[in-house]
Design a protein around this ligand. Structure first.
Ligand SMILES: [Zn+2]
Length: 271
């Protein structure tokens, strides 16, 4: 009997694992107790019976785990690529909900709601304007949204408008095609010169129906009544795109929603 067992194990040494055993001349899995072999006549008509390997439950489970690992690996690579394309400044990476010091619970709550309801925000093209003085965390909160959505596989692009203008003016070959993104975040609006290039970038975003999030030190009144026609052309587009207006300050935070989209935006946020 031992000879038979040994010969079966030898013949199937690739599929036999520690703990496997032989019963009725067939190899069984020591883990799930399912047969790892079947006996068939081969060649047909020869009268010779041979053992052929078959798969047990563990093999199926292992295959599924392997496939899942591959899926996960592919997904991680995809997200890494999104990060490379979307975050122009590595400093933005640190701005995540995990690193939030909860200095502004109202804004955190809003940002999380925006991420949660992303599909609706995208569908209705609901942009956000974060304004307020330095130190309140406007860029931080905007990037919290960016990082959370990037992790979900959303194509987010974060940059300063001034940097985009610089790249376009240089005719940089690494120039980005903003139309490829699902959400655009322009950090620190107002530090750029109100050039034709700056206007063209804003106008492209406006025409592409991609939601826009803007952070700025400028007050809404300054955005609405700038000191030049060039600025007005840019800011009026921005105001139109950012229907949700958030004041982010060191101490106070509140948000309001522009009247034109009031009901829809509130409904989308589920607040
Ligand atoms: Zn098994």
């Amino acid at each position: 009997m031992n000879d038979i067992i040994n010969s079966i194990l030898e013949k199937n040494k690739d599929s036999a694992k520690e703990g496997d055993y032989v019963k009725d001349d067939i190899l069984y899995c020591g883990k799930c107790n399912q047969p790892k072999q079947c006996i068939k006549e081969f060649p047909i008509g020869s009268g010779t019976m041979r053992n052929f390997p078959i798969i047990c439950k563990c093999d199926i489970d292992e295959e599924e785990k392997y496939k899942e690992r591959m899926r996960r690996q592919k997904w991680d690579e995809y997200v890494k690529q999104l990060y490379r394309q979307g975050l122009t400044d590595k400093a933005y990476l640190k701005n995540t909900f995990e690193n939030d010091d909860n200095r502004n619970p109202g804004i955190t709550y809003f940002c999380k709601k925006y991420v949660e309801s992303w599909q609706k925000q995208k569908e209705h093209n609901n942009g956000v304007l974060f304004y307020g003085g330095t130190g309140g965390g406007k860029s931080f909160y905007a990037c919290c949204i960016a990082n959370a959505l990037l992790k979900k596989g959303v194509k987010v692009f974060v940059s300063r408008l001034s940097d985009l203008v610089k790249n376009q003016t240089k005719n940089d070959t690494t120039d980005v095609n903003l139309n490829l993104f699902d959400l655009i975040i322009l950090d620190d609006l107002g530090i750029e010169k109100a050039t034709q290039t700056a206007y063209n970038i804003i106008d492209d975003i406006y025409r592409s129906d991609i939601p826009l999030i803007v952070t700025t030190n400028l007050m809404p009144t300054e955005l609405k009544n700038p000191d030049s026609i060039e600025k007005e052309r840019i800011y009026s587009r921005v105001i139109e795109m950012c229907c949700i207006v958030q004041k982010v300050d060191v101490k106070v935070s509140r948000f309001q929603i522009a009247k034109s989209k009031n009901k829809q935006a509130l409904q989308d946020l589920n607040i």
